[in-house]
Design a protein around this ligand. Structure first.
Ligand SMILES: [Zn+2]
Ligand SMILES: [Zn+2]
Length: 391
């Protein structure tokens, strides 16, 4: 293994052409030809992206509800193949299939030392900020193009910090593996790591998109006796039933709080996967006394949660934000892969992917999400013979 100083490639000296979906201004996603720096820092890996799921936080950024610097490459639900490893990376090899996660961690700060790597205090120091060269630049003028959260997966190849990826078996298709990095990790983790749902308890889930469906199947895995799914319209609720919801509440025709209380007498755990003040209030309202509501969906900047104080205290209810399923992803993602592949298929991944699209159709993919696509839209780069829905 050569020391970094001996490497032929210097920072920014040589660059590989890549195509990427770039958020150029709020509301505009364009596919561009960019250049990726060939130099790797010692703790980085270069990954050929095979699939990248479109998450609702990506959509919030595209729509300007989560402010982000532009131009930037969105996408954080990545599966790919390791093409090269930095000189300090000893535990990943060329050819490994990896899944990336937003919860990149330093491993040394007080939160990491306490086992809460999803709350790492030094996360923002692990990107390319302060490094010798930007990872992605425009060919015409060399202007840097950012990558959301240091991931930015809607690109053919990317460079990632070693602690942003974990190896998974090749047997999982790339489009399904990608979802382990956010939707599945966040949904199942919120149930298992944060709420610690016990067998025979009751659960309500408000919002049954990619993350919500995984809260539902997490609750089923945990042995919940009753899992009530709440959403708008029959398509998402039908999918929720397929993932194990025992009761379906259509909030376009039923009051969610009344319906959940009528069905269960109040639930032990309520998960808000929408992240709006109105739905958090509903989640608290449908709890039994002494129980906790979990805010799993990312609220837009400035969103305020209007909670009535007296009943909160009089009924001793809790409200807790849960970030990324309170994960330790190097432990959790391989376990989730195992649940899917080997353990009686107890984790459903196939039905989560409702659309596969090509990179050129990324903007159409966000349109599909705005139109209420029931499952995940996944951009795939790897031609495995499966037909794409939109090219
Ligand atoms: Zn996400
Ligand atoms: Zn840390």
């Amino acid at each position: 293994m050569s020391a970094p100083d001996d490497r032929a490639v210097r920072p920014g000296a040589s660059r590989t052409p890549v195509r990427a979906a770039v958020l150029t201004q709020p509301g505009t996603v364009l596919v561009e030809d960019l250049l990726l720096d060939d130099w790797l820092a010692p703790d980085e890996v270069r990954v050929r992206v095979a699939a990248c799921g479109l998450c609702h936080s990506d959509l919030h950024m595209v729509d300007g509800e989560l402010p982000t610097a532009v131009p930037t490459v969105p996408g954080h639900e990545i599966a790919g193949i390791v093409e090269e490893v930095g000189t300090a990376v000893a535990d990943l090899a060329v050819g490994d299939r990896v899944v990336a996660c937003l919860s990149v961690y330093c491993g040394r700060c007080p939160e990491c030392a306490a086992g809460r790597t999803h709350l790492c205090e030094r996360r923002n120091d692990l990107g390319r900020a302060g490094r010798p060269a930007p990872r992605l630049v425009r060919p015409a003028d060399g202007a840097p193009v950012d990558q959301v959260a240091g991931l930015g997966g809607l690109v053919e190849r990317t460079v990632l910090h070693r602690n942003a990826v974990v190896r998974v078996p090749h047997a999982i298709g790339a489009d399904r593996a990608a979802l382990l990095g956010c939707a599945v990790l966040t949904g199942v983790g919120s149930v298992v790591n944060a709420a610690r749902v016990h067998p025979s308890e009751t659960v309500a889930v408000i919002g049954c998109g990619g993350v919500g469906l995984n809260v539902i199947q997490g609750a089923v895995l945990a042995g919940a006796r009753r899992v009530v799914a709440v959403d708008l319209g029959p398509d998402k609720l039908a999918l929720a039933g397929r993932f194990g919801a025992t009761d379906l509440v259509d909030a376009t025709t039923d009051d969610p709080v009344e319906a959940v209380v009528r069905l269960t007498g109040g639930v032990d755990h309520a998960f808000d996967v929408v992240g709006r003040g109105a739905t958090v209030t509903q989640a608290v309202g449908m709890l039994r006394p002494g129980r906790t509501a979990y805010v799993v969906g990312i609220p837009p900047v400035g969103e305020v949660l209007p909670l009535a104080g007296l009943p909160l205290v009089a009924q001793a209810k809790g409200v807790r934000g849960v970030l990324m399923g309170a994960n330790h992803f190097p432990r959790d993602i391989p376990l989730l892969a195992d649940l899917h592949l080997h353990l009686q298929g107890r984790l459903e991944l196939d039905a989560l992917v409702t659309r596969r699209i090509g990179l050129d159709a990324t903007a159409d993919g966000f349109d599909l999400m705005r139109a209420g696509e029931p499952g995940r839209v996944v951009v795939t780069f790897e031609d495995d013979g499966s037909p794409l829905d939109v090219r």
